[in-house]
Design a protein around this ligand. Structure first.
Ligand SMILES: [Zn+2]
Ligand SMILES: [Zn+2]
Length: 429
């Protein structure tokens, strides 16, 4: 054989073995679909809040062990990490699912409806998988079963990351996220690429959405205290009014998006959500407190917005003879899909979903702690359709609401695409 023939032979050989792996996945996914739905119903009926996912974690760990997967428990409090060794050498591909539910009382009439209650921030509340993390757990358990059944054909290892507390623990004295904690405990060190999905209640089943680069916003919390000098409301000249100063600061913030952010690249948001100051109609108070949220796409934009907030607040205050203390607490970084990995996996997504079923996601101003993994290694995060076929997204309840509902017929595509990611990535590396 000459060189060209050898290359063609190798390419067609690879294409053949890839398509055989994919059809093997398709068959195995169809076989376990019902089981995945059953797991999901069980998890849905037994939701647990962040860092309390004891029952869910045990179910996951028992299942992974039954497949011969090496399991580590109590990672990042309640997280479970499984490692499946492939039959051939190759990269380590991580797949992630989040396990936590939310303090929401379920209103959907289902035979497996949640009636679980808990105390959250001192309040009695229902607990519900109102973000669909139950579906992520069940799908990844299914993917583990599919890939464990094909382990001799895998050229590399698969690391299953079942993490707690995606929605975050934000209590007095504690602010953290499951993914952040998992990363701090070293789960990403031996990983080459990481994949994750989020079910969407307003995207039709059978569809996959994604976008390259910044995809979901980074979130930061803003706190400002404006210190003035208290005075009688009838003689404002004898003090420094922090209320008027705060009003000017809030107006000043409006120019950050309008004048400083390059909106042709990505939008950003600065919202002041609460403002407190004063006690009586004729007293100019000593101080005003404001809190708000900042949404940005990418580190550069985040740095710019933070800088402008601080400059505007402190300098406006200064010009009034007041003083502004600006505190910005970094929460979730922006979810950034690695452009090279995303491009590489485009054909894989298309192969899984089929023509006409792949969408370009709009920028999402919500956030995801999957971003913490992506800061360590190249990662790709996709949306998976979970709305009934033919449903109207504008009339379908959104995530985090008591009427949130997911159509289970969307799971099989999740099983297939996550498994495809593994074999295709291994085939290309
Ligand atoms: Zn959520
Ligand atoms: Zn979520």
């Amino acid at each position: 054989m000459n060189k060209l023939t050898i290359v063609l032979f190798l390419i067609s050989g690879m294409a053949f073995s890839q398509s055989k792996l994919r059809s093997d996945i398709d068959q195995r996914a169809a076989e376990i679909e019902d089981k995945v739905i059953e797991w999901r119903r069980d998890i849905h009926q037994n939701p647990e809040l962040g860092n309390q996912e004891f029952r869910t974690a045990k179910k996951v760990a028992d299942h992974l062990r039954s497949l011969g997967i090496e399991v580590t428990e109590e990672v990042a409090v309640t997280g479970v990490v499984g490692v499946l060794q492939g039959g051939k050498p190759g990269p380590t591909v991580a797949l992630r699912a989040d396990m936590d539910a939310l303090p929401v009382t379920e209103r959907v009439d289902l035979p497996f409806k949640s009636t679980v209650t808990a105390t959250y921030n001192g309040q009695e509340t229902g607990v519900m998988h109102a973000c669909g993390h139950d579906t992520h757990v069940a799908i990844l358990m299914g993917v583990a079963e599919i890939l464990a059944g094909m382990k001799d054909d895998l050229a590399g290892n698969v690391k299953f990351l079942f993490q707690p507390a995606e929605e975050g623990i934000n209590e007095p004295g504690v602010t953290t996220w499951g993914a952040k904690q998992m990363v701090e405990e070293g789960v990403m060190e031996d990983v080459d690429a990481v994949f994750g999905l989020h079910i969407g209640s307003q995207m039709e089943v059978g569809k996959i959405g994604y976008r390259s680069g910044p995809a979901l916003a980074g979130v930061d919390e803003l706190e400002i205290t404006v210190h003035g000098t208290q005075a009688h409301g009838a003689s404002p000249w004898s003090g420094v009014d922090p209320i008027v100063t705060s009003a000017q600061i809030i107006n000043g913030f409006q120019t950050i998006i309008a004048r400083n952010v390059n909106i042709t690249e990505a939008p950003a948001i600065v919202t002041v959500g609460a403002i407190h100051g004063g006690i009586r109609h004729n007293i100019i108070p000593e101080k005003v407190d404001m809190i708000g949220t900042i949404r940005t796409f990418g580190d550069e934009q985040q740095a710019l917005v933070h800088k402008r907030i601080t400059e505007i607040a402190t300098h406006i205050a200064e010009s009034a003879g007041a003083k502004a203390d600006v505190r910005i607490k970094k929460m979730y970084p922006s979810t950034i899909n690695d452009p090279e990995l995303t491009e590489m996996m485009g054909p894989t997504i298309l192969a899984a979903a089929g023509d006409g079923n792949v969408l370009t996601n709009p920028l999402i101003t919500g956030a995801e702690d999957f971003s913490f993994y992506q800061r360590e290694k190249p990662g790709l995060f996709i949306s998976l359709g979970g709305m009934k076929k033919g449903g109207d997204p504008t009339k379908t309840p959104s995530h985090h609401t008591p009427d949130f509902y997911i159509d289970e017929s969307g799971f099989i595509l999740g099983l297939r695409v996550m498994s495809y990611f593994v074999v295709d990535y291994m085939g290309m590396n």
